[in-house]
Design a protein around this ligand. Structure first.
Ligand code: UDP
Length: 244
């Protein structure tokens, strides 16, 4: 973990505690210096998963930055008596870096989502960020990542965004990040939103921290995944009591 920002641990996962603006400035400087950088944007689901999978926990600990994506992490930190400044979401970070990359003429490699989704991502990115060099765009339904990694190694992009969902995206980044000294970041379902295939929660839901609720009503199949939230809060509360 990089130590330039204060950290707050939520159930053994060390989150950076800073603002989106300060975080972006740090990342942009690292990209300019071609420093190998691995960002994880973690939510309660990821934290709970890491508790039961020491290998994944290890991967998280070897990331350079873990940011609080999801209001559940801020809630957890508050319960633990260590309030965090703000959310730093994967989707907002992705958009900010694409915009910055466009201004700076940086290169980007995109991997993930279904074939028709990544096709539309390419179109949206070309239209919105014309100066950004998209040196690779692959769907996320590959059997073997090796040829993609070879292509990344050859093209040496400034930024690699992997949208194949956790824990797979973090596992792949941990395995292949040494092949390119740029930014590597897992962005989950972001390509579905960027392409317009999935709608992001309307502002009302975002403002009232109800994005999770919006996703639940629009994608009810996520209910099973969301069941982890009450369990997460319970474990956080137990941990807060213990540390008193
Ligand atoms: N996905 C993929 N390859 C796979 C499995 C999933 O590219 O083998 C994609 C899927 O199409 C979706 C994203 O990974 O675009 C996962 O989205 P989800 O919303 O589940 O991710 P989260 O942000 O919740 O981790």
């Amino acid at each position: 973990m990089s130590n330039e920002f204060p950290q707050i641990k939520v159930l053994n996962v060390p989150f950076i505690n800073t603002t989106q603006t300060a975080f972006l400035a740090a990342i942009e400087a690292r990209i300019n210096h071609r420093e190998n950088t691995f960002i994880v944007t973690a939510n309660p689901e990821i934290v709970m998963y890491a508790r039961n999978d020491s290998h994944y926990q290890q991967i998280l600990e070897n990331a350079d930055y873990i940011t609080p994506d999801g209001i559940g992490i801020l809630k957890g930190a508050a319960i633990l008596g260590q309030p965090m400044t703000e959310r730093i979401t994967g989707y907002d970070t992705l958009l900010a870096l694409l915009a910055w990359g466009n201004q700076q003429g940086k290169s980007v490699y995109l991997v993930g989502a279904k074939p028709d989704v990544i096709k539309d991502v390419k179109k949206v990115v070309a239209a919105r960020y014309p100066e950004l060099k998209v040196v690779g765009a692959r769907d996320g339904y590959f059997n073997d990542f090796t040829p993609i990694a070879q292509d990344i190694a050859q093209k040496q992009p400034d930024m690699v965004f992997l949208a194949v969902g956790f824990p797979k995206q973090e596992q792949l980044i941990a395995d292949y990040r040494h092949q390119n000294n740029g930014l590597w970041m897992g962005v989950g379902g972001s390509f579905d939103v960027l392409s317009g295939h999935t709608k992001r929660a309307p502002e009302f839901f975002q403002k009232h921290h109800l994005e999770w609720f919006y996703r639940l009503i629009t994608e009810p199949t996520r209910l099973k995944r969301m069941m982890v939230l009450p369990r997460y809060l319970k474990v956080v509360k137990q941990s807060a009591r213990k540390s008193k």
